[in-house]
Design a protein around this ligand. Structure first.
Ligand code: DND
Length: 191
């Protein structure tokens, strides 16, 4: 059975924490394909910073297009409705009826999983794979959950945005230099 990984996020901006877990996910689960899906309108938060959905999508492409079998999808970006994961996963399942679907989330997202739109139905469509962001792990029931058992890499998009706002672009440790250049050239987050 073909195995497809899904990794959704606002990716505002995409950073090495995202990149590392995406690659570990792809390798550990021996995925046939990994789909990175930037959201258009996230169900659970505001988009902070001067950035368009197309720019967040483009940054994901710059980060991930170099990897084989990892693609960035515009499924959510091209849809004007709220980007509910249930709708996205349903569409992927309909197009790949025989595939086993895995959905990668960070441990912070895992804590609010039960509040997601149509959570029960979503759990029937995919297995959640949880990546550690730090050491605080709570085990819950109701969904098929597996742990990536990755080494935590503590960085967040909001820290990156704050640094850029304060004119600190010395962030190569946290994000790819290509994405950083794109941010500089397009004056994203500078305000
Ligand atoms: P975020 O915008 O929080 O992700 O969204 C994550 C996904 O959850 C998206 O696909 C949303 O559509 C979906 N969601 C959330 C809430 C409700 C619903 C759906 C619903 O349908 O009702 P970020 O861009 O902030 O980060 C992307 C992912 O990477 C997240 O899962 C985050 O936890 C994880 N992450 C890290 N994991 C390990 N180490 C780090 C990380 N930084 C971010 N350093």
């Amino acid at each position: 059975m073909i195995k497809i990984g899904i990794f959704g996020g606002t990716f505002n901006p995409v950073h090495k924490g995202h990149e590392k877990i995406a690659l570990e996910f792809y390798n550990k689960y021996e995925l046939d394909k990994l789909i990175i899906i930037p959201s258009n309108i996230p169900p659970h938060k505001q988009i902070n910073g001067q950035v368009t959905a197309e720019q967040r999508y483009e940054m994901c492409r710059i980060c991930f297009d170099k990897y084989n079998n990892i693609c960035v999808s515009d499924l959510e970006i091209k849809n004007d409705n709220i980007s509910y994961s249930y709708n996205t996963v349903t569409e992927i399942k309909n197009n790949n009826k025989d595939a086993k679907l895995y959905f990668l989330i960070g441990s912070d997202m895992f804590l609010s999983l039960e509040k997601w739109y149509k959570y029960q139905e979503l759990c029937k469509l995919c297995t959640f794979v949880v990546a550690y962001r730090d050491d605080n792990i709570i085990i819950k029931s109701g969904a098929e959950i597996e742990f990536l058992e990755n080494e935590p890499f503590e960085i967040s998009s909001s820290e990156i945005r704050n640094n850029i706002k304060n004119n600190n672009y010395n962030l190569e440790k946290y994000m790819s230099s290509e994405v950083l250049n794109y941010i500089k050239e397009n004056k994203i987050y500078a305000e």
